[in-house]
Design a protein around this ligand. Structure first.
Ligand code: HEC
Length: 152
């Protein structure tokens, strides 16, 4: 915990917070999983705002079968959230499948022209909640084919 705090302070001091990889920023080129934006579910919603979920590095067929056959290695799921009073995304939450298990990350920003910065911390907070859907490969959203043009 102490080390995590020091690392966090160091990254804050040198302004070198981890930014998202290019494939995360390029989410709009991936398959949109929900044709209609997902509304916030309440005050305890961990990903506040209007949400769109994109799946990258998997085919549409793999996406349809994912709840049963699971996502392939390399799959990347990105949740993009925009606050209802703002017209730019403030949060990117990601799950990336590597060697059979998911890696979790979350990035936020406050202004449209600001770079996203990774929120430091472990993935346990994510897995504690997503474990509710461990039977369908830890993913809440079920793919709904829709307008390929996207929500935004
Ligand atoms: C308290 C429960 C909860 C916590 C904690 C949580 N999530 Fe989620 N997450 C959800 C729900 C519910 C959805 C479905 C879409 C929605 O309603 O926002 C979701 C959706 C997602 C998605 C899109 C794929 C899917 O499962 O539908 C990603 C990616 C994601 N979360 C990443 C994360 C990451 C990374 C963390 C930790 C930093 C995290 N989540 C923490 C509840 C949670």
């Amino acid at each position: 915990m102490y080390i995590a705090r020091v690392l966090c302070l160091l990254s804050w001091l040198c302004g070198c917070a981890e930014t998202p990889p290019d494939d995360v920023l390029d989410y709009a080129s991936c398959l949109l999983m929900n044709p209609l934006p997902i509304e916030a579910t309440g005050n305890d919603d961990p990903h506040l705002g209007l949400k769109s979920i994109y799946a990258c590095n998997c085919t549409e067929e793999e996406l349809i079968e994912a709840p049963v056959h699971h996502y392939p290695d390399g799959a990347l799921i990105i949740k993009v959230s925009s606050r209802e009073t703002q017209d730019f995304p403030w949060l990117l939450a990601t799950m990336r499948k590597r060697e059979g298990s998911w890696e979790w990350a979350e990035y936020t920003r406050n202004f449209a022209d600001e770079a996203f910065a990774r929120i430091p911390g472990g993935s346990q907070i994510c897995t504690d909640c997503h474990s509710q859907v461990s039977g369908v490969d830890w993913v809440f959203t079920v793919y709904q084919p829709g307008d390929p043009g996207g929500n935004e």
